[in-house]
Ligand binder design. Sequence first.
Ligand code: 9MR
Length: 381
Amino acid sequence: MKKLKKPIFLTFICGLICFISCASKIVSESSSKLSLGTHFKDLFYLGAAINENTILGLDPKSATIVNSEYNTISPENSLKWMFIQPSPNKFNFKAADKYVEMGLKNNMYIVGHALVWHNQLADFMQNLENSAETRAHVENHINTLVSRYKGKIDAWDVVNEAFEEDGSLRASVFYKNMGKNYIEEVFRKTEKVDPDVDLIYNDYNLYKPKKRAAVLEMVKKFKANGTKINGVGVQAHWDLKSPSIEEIEQIILDVHAAGVYVSFTELDISVLPNPWEMVGAEVTQNFSQFEGDPKMNPYPNGLPDNIQEKLAKRYQEIFNVFVKHSDKINRVTFWGVMDKHSWLNDWPIKGRTNYPLLFDRNYNPKPAYKSVLEVNTDQQN
Ligand code: 9MR
């Protein structure tokens, strides 16, 4: 299915295959096997972020899930600047090469994450003050990565999390040293190296109107001045209540109206108490006062059935809206394969037991897996 993105051709091919197999009454085991990816295959790519153990073959059970259920992968950490170029011009491609190899072998839609991001940046980049030097490093980073995986990586998260919640630009080292047009500059540099790769701007909390408006203003500007951008990546680190289905729908409509597709790039649903609610409107990233607090970690020994059901229902409602607007959606990617390895066990409070994904701590499908598979894929807009 690779590269057959919006699926008139794909639908035709699938229809043809179906016709041939039905006509000859031969339905091979692999084509009849139900999996998440095949369930949604005519609508959007479906996949997961994979960690280094999975990439390096140290977690074969996760790899089996990914290869049998999904048709797109994202690298959870392995392509980030601090790992791939830890010191100037010293690249470590071991995990990244394996990651791309795994995607190619399984004919997957391969995502590159992320070229320019203030977080998980190499130390040598953190305190740069000189614009020429910053530009030279950014250029070298983009040239090296994008050319190495040209024709293999299908979409790059070119810039990640550049906006603050109020819609202003984050005061990152890139912004400070390259100026307010740095996002456009790096999109253009990326396109120059691989004109065919899809270019994505990726961020969280895009259900918040001010932040979304700022991102979409940028998208519209790019469209008007000829800077290539294919999609907005909506991270989708959500919980059982927020954002509402209406808010999710509004994101899809607004991104589409700006002239690009939506990718849900980092989907997971936390089932644990949200510390921001406990401390009111105070915005703090440090919740160490809650570490070890049983109130904040209510399910250390397993998820109760009623919460399991809520999670399943929430996922089903979310996928219903994805299906409804699948003509505007390129991809849905879960941020991780199974609950035990999710980053949400340690964020925003360390050492909790969270259950945000479709596969449990023993690699078994959860009720939420079934509820997503049961989503009716014939309910498009
Ligand atoms: O899942 C990633 C986790 O292992 C890292 O420790 C963390 C560092 O910030 O980054 C996580 O992935 C992030 C992604 O790259 C960008 N969007 C937010 C994700 C969750 O923090």
